[in-house]
Each structure stands twice: as C-alpha cells, then as structure tokens.
Design a protein. Structure first.
Lengths: 315, 380
C-alpha cells in the first residue's frame, strides 16, 4: 500500500535543501515517525477489530478489511451523493457498518461456532470477496476521493504536520479511550470481558452471551468503518483498499500476540513505523516486505507474539 | 449394499477396495483417455487446467486436509516451481532435468518454511506462510537476472526426448500422466505409516506425540512433500500459462487453492480432484452463462410474449459482465459450502452414495459431526 511515497519525499528534501546540513536528518526522521505513527494507528485499529472478535468468539474475521472498505464507501455515499455533512456521514457509516456487523454475526457466523477455526477463516474470506463484489456493483470500481475538513498543514520546525495524519492519530486515541472506558466502566463492557474469559461461566451468570457476541461484532465492524473513513483521504477509496490494510493489520495483530488488545495497537504502530522507515532507507521493494520479514523473525523467536500467551492443553 | 468382508489389514489399505471399485476407476481412466478425441481444442485446454489444479489440490490436501497445517502461501511454492523450471529450460537443461531441479528447489524451500512452522499452529502458521509468500513475490519481481521481473518470462512448449508437446491434446496427456503419478504416490504415502502419522497429527498433536510420532520430522515431511508436489504443478503451470509474471502468484491464488480443497472436501484425495474440477471449470461456465442466459431468456420472452423475462435475462447478463463478479460468486459458493456442507463436494457425494446403497434405511445422523464449544476442547 502506498500511503505516502516516503522515498520520493526523502529525495525531494535532499534535492531542495542542500544548504541544510545539520538537523535535516532529524527532521526527516521525525516526519517519518509521525507518518508511520498515523499509518500504524490504522493498522492498529483494524487489528483491534480482529482481536476483539477473536477474544470473544474465537473466530478470526478476515473480512475486517472489507468492512473497512464498506465504511469508507458508505461515508462517501452520504457525503458526496447525498450531500450530507462530513461528521454526519461519519456517524451514518459507523452505525450502518456496525449494524451490518451485528447482522452478519446473527445470520451467518453464529452457524459456524464450534467448527474448526480454519473453516471460519475461509468463510470470512468468502464473505470478504462477496462484499468487494457488492461494492463494485453498487458504487462502481473507480477510485473516489472523500472530501474532508482536514485539508490544512502545520509546519513545526521543518516537520510538516498534515491534518489528515493528525486526524488519524487523534481519532485512534479518542476511539481507544472510548473503548477502554466502555470495557472497564460499563456493566455491558464488563459482561463482554467475562464472556471472552469463559463463555459457559458467563452464560451461567445470566449474561446474554448471544447478544454480547452480536454487540462485539458491531463494535469491531464500527471500529473498522471508522478506520476506513480516517484512512480514506490518504489512500483514496476503491474496492481493494481493505485487502492490503487487512493483511498488514493481521500481521500487526499476530505481532502483538493474537488476543491482546494493547498488543494489537502496539503491533500496528510497529508495523507502520517499520514500513515507513524501510521505505525511506532500504532499497526499493523493502517497503512492503520489511514488516513481514520482521514478523517472520519475531514468530521464529517468539511464536506466540509479543504479548500473547501460549495456550497448552493439560492432559 | 456391498459389505466387503475384511480378513486382513492389507485388505483394508488396498488401493481399490474390491473389483467393483477397480472397474469404475478403470472406466473413468478410459473416459479420460478418450475425452480429448471427442472435444474441441478449447475444452481440452480447460480440462488440462483441471489436471494442473488437481496436482495443486493434492499438494494442499496433504498439508491442510491430512496434516492439519494451514498454509496461506502455497502460491509462492507454485511460483518457485514455475520460475525454476522456466529458468533451467531457458538455459538449455533437458525438460526432465529442469522438472527434477524445480521439484528439488521447491522441496528445499518447503523444508525451510517448515522449520519455523514446527513451533506454530493455526492462525500463527497461516500468517507466517502468508509473510513468506509476500516476501517471495517481491523476490520474483526484483530478482530480474533470473525471473525477468515485471517484463515477464516466456516459457517454451515442453520437449521431452525430442517430442514436442506443442498442441493442447498432447499437453493434456502430459498433465494427466503427472496427475495420476501424483495421486498414486500420495495414496501410497497416505496408506503407509507416514500418512497415518500425518492424520494422527491432524486429529491430535498431543495424542500423536504420546504414541511415538515425531512431530518435527513428520510435520517437516508434510511441508516438504506438499512443496515438492506444488513445484511439479508449477512446472506444468508455467507451460500452460506460457508467460510468467510476478503478479500471478499472489495471495489470491493461495486463497483459491484453499477454496479448492474446502469445496472439494477436506481430508480426501477425491476432494482435491472434485475441487479442481470446480475451480478450473467455474470461470468458463460463468463465461458461457454470461451470454447464454440473456440470449435464452430473450428467446423465451419472444416465444411467450412476456417482456419481463427478457428484461430479467438482460439484467442478469449485465450483472455477470461487471468486473469482480466472478470473485463474488466464488465467495458466495465458499460461504454456502461451509455453512451447508462442511465436508465439501466429496462429502455430498458420499452421502448420495450411502443414501442409495442403504435406500430405505438412510439416516442423516450418520455424518453428524461433533462440535466443540469449550476452549480447552478446541486445543488439540
């Protein structure tokens, strides 16, 4: 995925400012860090969606990236086709995709709980392909631009703080804060934690486990939609925008240890930073592969991820 | 219904269960040999694809269906086989030597990927193989002295001992030959201790380990064998496609192979072949329907005078012509298969067969599967 062509930025900066000898490396480093952070936040958000669903239902949802794409498209439709306000479009997209996620759980994924994990992975891959076809039939397969209120740029000491990237970082912080408060300080959030720890015990305690599952799907899908809308001004909207993000986000979730929420966010940021640093400093071709090389090495050394715990069956 | 009365273990692991079985397979063999004489060139070419996909399916079936290791990166092995084969052919190696070298190289790659895989299971293994395939795909596009990068690499027709397989029919027989060889080899491996160890690992690693199965050795063997078969498929794939480019061997191809084994039916070699028929013949079928449905429905509308039918037919044709619809149809079928028939096409075939052979006594619960809801039970 080309979020920003850091290599050309590197060269352009080198060409334009030959007189700056000290400090410009630091400036570029800071610039890359900021942009990597923004990219990583998106990966982290999508990875968060993976992990939420996995923790609760032990299903791995490969359609997460396509939910992201749907979110971006619904927002685009609200803002451009219907002429609504950006924030209203944002809200509509998150709610609509969230409701769609709950519906998906209710209609499709509840049938496969208890089947082998691999079957469910393939099921969601199939769903993702259907969503892409749906999007290409409904909205067309061109590339669209979503108008946003974040067009401006601040320049602090040579570092360009584009509002688009800042909005991504800020949006992620807000979302994580809201989710943290929700899971720890509301009755239903605590019930969700209980369900993910032990489904059966939670059911005995009178927690409506089925409803909780649907709600978790709604939250995951909503988070994915929000990530898609935040990402839309950077990558532009097309039907394949989700796939590339989802693969990297999946790598991020595994890097952090599948099943750990802070791990997912940190994994996402690590992948984002590696991607941008590698794109700027290593030969061409490493931008897309460096995150995977790091992931592979990490998995060889620590197969359960950074924050994951190794589950063993006691005989 | 036939009840084979078994008196020894050798009888249980025979390739053909009895003479009736052997007769039907013989009939199938005759049919496949006669088929290219009856069909046109286009159909023969499409059926060659079935054989190549069948070899790919066997490769993945050994890994996923029998050993229980999920790989999201098998397109990379196919690519390694295809590029290695094309490279050696281009540098003057005889065809047989090029194929053997391609298989050896992919086997080595399979072993290298298999080593870290020994410590990983389930989703971690899937993402590790995915990472491997992304890296390999980048290698394909960057290592231009060997792969010619995005400029592509032309592959000549296979010439074996001076005989050129330059038309569709001779290539059909070449693919068929290798599919039969691979099926025969794999079937023999599966009924030997190796195959039983693989199945034991799939069903429960802990139980297999307790029974004395060396996990490291048998998992590496599964990976190596699967990669070797994929390398062979890659060599044929290279000839069939005629022009290699790095963007053929993407994750989408890997997903298509997984789709193949699931739709065919996990855990059976029949499933690999059924799945190959499905994956290879669905796109041409959609292409036929794309023009066929509107035409026939318009015809029907003209005959009956109902314009609605004609409009519906045109709408379906328009829908099928949209880009990306084919992937959606594949996705829909995958979803339906997993929801309605988790045992795949071969499972359905067994059910139909059992229904007729036990006609009034058939009961659906014969195939009922155990579901596991507790986390500890799902750890194997």
């Amino acid at each position: 995925m080309t979020l920003l062509n850091s290599r050309s930025y590197w060269q352009a900066t080198r060409g334009n400012r030959p007189h700056v000898c000290r400090g410009w490396k630091l400036v570029i480093f800071l610039q890359l860090t900021l942009n990597g952070l923004a990219v990583g936040c998106i990966y982290g958000l999508v990875a968060l969606g993976f992990v939420l669903i996995y923790k609760a239902t032990e299903l791995v949802n490969f359609a997460q990236g396509d939910l992201l794409m749907l979110g971006a498209f619904v927002c685009y439709m609200s803002v451009v086709w219907w002429g609504l306000d950006y924030w209203l479009g944002f809200l509509i997209a998150v709610v609509a995709v969230g409701a769609f996620g709950a519906l998906l759980d209710r209609v499709v994924l509840r049938q496969v709980i208890g089947q082998p994990q691999f079957a469910v992975v393939m099921l969601t891959i199939g769903l993702g392909a259907m969503f892409r076809t749906f999007a290409s039939v409904t909205w067309g397969s061109e590339i669209y631009t979503l108008p946003t209120p974040f067009g401006g740029v601040w320049t602090v000491g040579g570092v360009t703080l584009s509002h688009q990237y800042l909005s991504i970082v800020f949006g992620t912080l807000v979302l994580c804060g809201v989710l943290y408060a929700f899971f720890n300080h509301t009755r239903i959030g605590v019930a969700m934690q209980a369900t993910s720890q032990n489904q059966l015990a939670a059911y005995y305690m009178g927690i409506p486990v089925k409803l909780i599952f649907s709600l978790i799907w709604a939250i995951s899908a909503g988070v994915a939609a929000a990530a898609g809308i935040l990402l839309a001004p950077v990558t532009l909207i097309d039907i394949n925008m989700g796939l590339a993000v989802a693969l990297k986000a999946f790598a991020a979730a595994v890097l952090g240890g599948f099943g750990s929420i802070p791990g997912a966010l940190i994994g996402g940021i690590i992948i984002g930073l590696i991607e941008l640093y590698a794109g700027a400093t290593l030969p061409e071709g490493f931008k897309d592969t460096a995150p995977y090389i790091v992931l592979l090495l990490m998995l060889i050394v620590r197969p359960q991820g950074l924050f994951g715990s190794l589950a063993r069956k006691k005989v | 219904m036939r009840f084979p009365f078994k008196t020894s273990y050798n009888q249980d692991i025979r390739i053909f269960r009895d003479k009736v079985d052997a007769f039907w397979y013989g009939l199938l063999a005759v049919a496949v040999l006669v088929l290219p004489l009856l069909l046109d060139d286009y159909s023969v070419g499409e059926i060659s694809w079935v054989f190549i996909y069948g070899i790919c399916g066997v490769s993945l079936m050994v890994l996923v269906g029998y050993t229980g290791l999920v790989s999201l990166g098998h397109a990379a092995f196919l690519g390694i086989g295809a590029y290695a084969h094309a490279y050696f052919i281009m540098h003057g190696a005889p065809w047989i030597v090029a194929v053997v070298l391609a298989v050896v190289i992919t086997t080595a790659c399979g072993l290298i990927v298999g080593l870290p895989a020994l410590r990983m299971t389930g989703i971690y293994l899937a993402i590790a193989t995915l990472a491997f395939s992304v890296i390999i795909q980048e290698v394909f596009s960057r290592w231009e002295s060997v792969t010619h990068g995005f400029a592509g690499m032309k592959v000549d027709v296979p010439v074996i001992f001076g005989f050129a397989f330059d038309d569709g029919r001779s290539f059909y027989f070449l693919c068929l030959f290798f599919l039969v060889i691979v099926l025969w080899l794999t079937r023999n491996l599966l009924r030997a201790p190796t195959g039983r160890a693989w199945v034991a690992i799939r069903d429960s690693e802990i139980a297999a380990q307790s029974m004395g199965v060396n996990l490291a050795i048998y998992k590496s063997m599964a990976f190596a064998y699967s990669a070797a078969v994929m390398g062979l498929a890659g060599a044929l794939f290279a000839h069939k496609i005629g022009y290699l480019a790095p963007d053929i061997f993407t994750i989408l191809l890997s997903i298509q192979f997984l789709l193949l084994v699931i739709v065919g039916g996990l855990g059976s070699l029949h499933g690999a072949v059924f799945g190959a028929i499905f994956v290879a013949l669905l796109p041409p079928l959609i292409a036929i329907l794309r023009d066929g449905i509107p035409d026939s429905m318009n015809q029907l509308a003209a005959n009956t005078g109902l314009r609605v039918i004609g409009m519906l037919g045109t709408a379906i044709g328009e829908f099928l012509k949209k880009p990306g619809v084919e992937a959606g149809i594949f996705g829909l079928i995958l979803v339906l298969v997993i929801l309605l028939e988790p045992l795949g096409m071969y499972g359905r075939w067994l059910k139909i067969k059992l229904f007729f052979s036990t006609f009034p006594m058939y009961k659906a619960s014969t195939f009922k599967r155990q579901k596991t809801y507790m986390r500890s039970e799902r750890l194997r």
